[in-house]
Design a binder for this molecule. Structure first.
Ligand SMILES: Nc1nc2c(ncn2[C@@H]2O[C@H](COP(=O)(O)OP(=O)(O)OP(=O)(O)O)[C@@H](O)[C@H]2O)c(=O)[nH]1
Ligand SMILES: [Mg+2]
Length: 333
């Protein structure tokens, strides 16, 4: 599980001022008070949306304001109300106060709305203050300020897809080319020490979340290498992308490499090995053709979904993204 954080500031619209005015009509001496009320400021709401799955958009926008109410005017004209504003957050977002200590809302249902900041009431114009004894009141109100808050948002993100494979298989390179994530990449094993999350967009409004985890080796379930401690991050994914390095520097036997990692997954949890997997031959640009063919024919025999990519040249990347998206959509629809 990854936790995404964001801090935002919201300022609801102030109410418009009430108006001080008197009727001025020809031949009507001493016209009565006619100042209208100010409009209410727009409020700001949170709404839970299933179309978002991270708090990433709040890295680019942290300030949200709604419009203020218009001022009242003569002839008892009411000021225009400000417009409400809706801030969309992913379903599962928790909203805390500024200190991050007090939980204010738990937006866990689709389309759930919560009032984040109330717009200020409009002030009353002098027309409403006329009484039997005071027919020409000069009293009016200014608008009330709209609420203003800083919130901390927190979202526990579940990755949709987990990338698994040996150290150096190219997992971080893959996530770096399909998402905006910038994990460390290097030609030695165990470059990745903590999981990285990337959001992949594959159609105009569709995204999925991919987790890159440290490489696995035989005995990982017993703690060898970095161990299997990071596998819990992919335990709740819906799909695994299993990378096998088919270059000369990759494992001698690509099928044995695939099976060794699957053996570790199985020893870690039977749930993990039952997840759908796409087997991906990685580093196609420098592939050892024997290793590639070995893996390809094994997957064909076993009826395993198989793809070939080079994260360096980009070959096969678009297809892989599409296959992943189809898998995920096929599961949910
Ligand atoms: N030629 C070629 N090299 C690649 C490709 N993908 C990754 N590499 C190289 O392989 C090395 C390892 O890549 P990483 O993405 O760090 O591998 P990793 O699986 O994340 O490794 P760990 O984090 O150590 O488990 C780096 O030197 C990359 O530049 C590829 O498609 N073609
Ligand atoms: Mg890595």
């Amino acid at each position: 599980m990854f936790v995404d954080h964001a801090k935002i500031y919201v300022k609801a619209g102030d109410g418009g001022d009430g108006c001080l005015a008197f009727r001025r009509e020809k031949h009507v001496p001493r016209g009565g008070p006619s100042g209208g009320d100010g409009g209410d400021g727009g409020s700001i709401y949170f709404r839970a949306s299933v179309h978002l799955n991270t708090l990433l958009p709040f890295k680019f926008q942290q300030h949200f304001r709604s419009t203020r109410g218009g001022h009242g005017s003569g002839n008892q004209r009411h000021g225009k109300n400000g417009e409400d504003r809706i801030v969309e957050v992913p379903v599962g977002t928790q909203v805390y106060d500024e200190t991050g200590k007090e939980l204010l809302f738990d937006l866990d249902c689709e389309d759930q709305m919560e009032l984040a900041a109330r717009g200020g009431h409009g002030g009353r114009g002098n027309a409403v203050f006329a009484t039997a004894t005071n027919q020409a009141p000069r009293k009016f109100e200014t608008g009330w300020p709209g609420d203003e808050f800083t919130f901390q948002l927190e979202l526990k993100v579940l990755a949709d897809v987990g990338i698994v494979g040996y150290p150096n298989a190219g997992k971080s390179t893959l996530i770096s080319v399909i998402s905006a994530a910038k994990p460390k990449i290097a030609d030695y094993p165990f470059t990745t020490l903590t999981p990285t999350l990337g959001v992949v967009s594959h159609a105009e409004y569709r995204t999925f979340v991919v987790a890159d985890i440290p490489g696995l080796i035989e005995g990982a379930h017993r703690g060898s290498g970095l161990g299997a401690q990071f596998l819990r991050h992919v335990e709740r994914t819906r799909l695994l992308v299993h990378l096998v390095d088919v270059s000369d520097i990759g494992d001698e036997d690509s099928v044995a490499a695939l099976r060794a990692i699957n053996g570790e997954l199985e020893l870690y949890s039977s749930n993990l090995i039952q997840k759908p997997q796409i087997i991906v031959a990685s580093k196609l640009d420098v592939a050892n053709l024997d290793k590639l063919e070995q893996l390809r024919s094994y997957c064909r025999r076993e009826s395993l979904p198989f793809q070939e990519i080079s994260a360096v040249t980009g070959q096969g990347i678009k297809d892989l993204k599409e296959t992943i998206a189809q898998h995920l959509e096929g599961q949910t629809d």
